[in-house]
Design a protein around this ligand. Structure first.
Ligand SMILES: [Ca+2]
Ligand SMILES: [Ca+2]
Length: 208
């Protein structure tokens, strides 16, 4: 219903009643009495109708889902690959353990590697011009085990397609001691297992 139409309807409802107050024996009622004679109960009914009409017109719109809110310094990541918040640190380079501790203090953990979202984070890492060129992500192995696991405890597939050339190097000489995974500038921003004590950048992730 259009606003002018509704307002007209409401004015009609809340004005002095006419139909119910029309005397059955019109000729027997003085003009002055006709104009001022109240009719018990009719105004209350009209008021109730007006309230109903207002409640229909001004009823609250359906509640919209709350806008996701990321922690300060974090950016919302949202597409078919997932929905979470992330923060890439490129100024303050840290060891794997220190980087993970910072992410946990901020309510999350290091970014869990995902084949679906990796291209975006690879591109983001490539754009960085800060102090740190490589970036820890949430995958590691506990020596002397050879299998990498993610921060969620799930296995990082050996066929993860974003390992750098000849990586992981866990079975090759010095590579045996490389147990933490990073996006490595030296490998075209693909994954490399490196020494956990190296100080590099890192990517934190918090779930919504
Ligand atoms: Ca490196
Ligand atoms: Ca390596």
């Amino acid at each position: 219903m259009k606003i002018p139409t509704l307002l007209g309807f409401l004015v009609l409802l809340t004005s002095s009643p006419m139909t119910n107050s029309f005397p059955k024996q019109f000729n027997q009622v003085p003009i002055t009495e006709y104009h001022h004679k109240p009719v018990a109960g009719s105004n209350f009914g009209y008021l109730a109708l007006a309230v109903i009409a207002f409640s229909i017109l001004f009823r609250p719109s359906p509640t919209k889902p709350p806008v996701p809110k990321c922690p300060s310094g974090y950016t919302l990541y949202e597409n078919v690959c997932g929905r979470f918040c992330y923060r890439l640190e490129s100024q303050s380079c840290r060891s794997f353990a220190n980087a993970q501790a910072i992410c946990k203090e901020e309510g999350g953990d290091l970014l869990k590697p995902s084949a679906c979202s990796y291209p975006m984070f690879r591109g983001l890492s490539r754009q960085q011009t800060g102090n740190c060129e490589d970036f820890w992500v949430g995958a590691f192995r506990t020596l002397p085990a050879l299998n990498y696991v993610t921060v969620g405890g799930a296995a990082l597939e050996d066929n993860f397609q974003f390992w750098g050339e000849n990586q992981p190097s866990r079975t090759v000489n010095a590579g045996r001691q490389q147990a933490c995974v990073q996006i490595d500038n030296g490998f075209d921003h693909l994954l490399n297992d490196d020494f956990c004590t190296d100080t590099v950048g890192f990517i934190c992730q918090t779930l919504l």
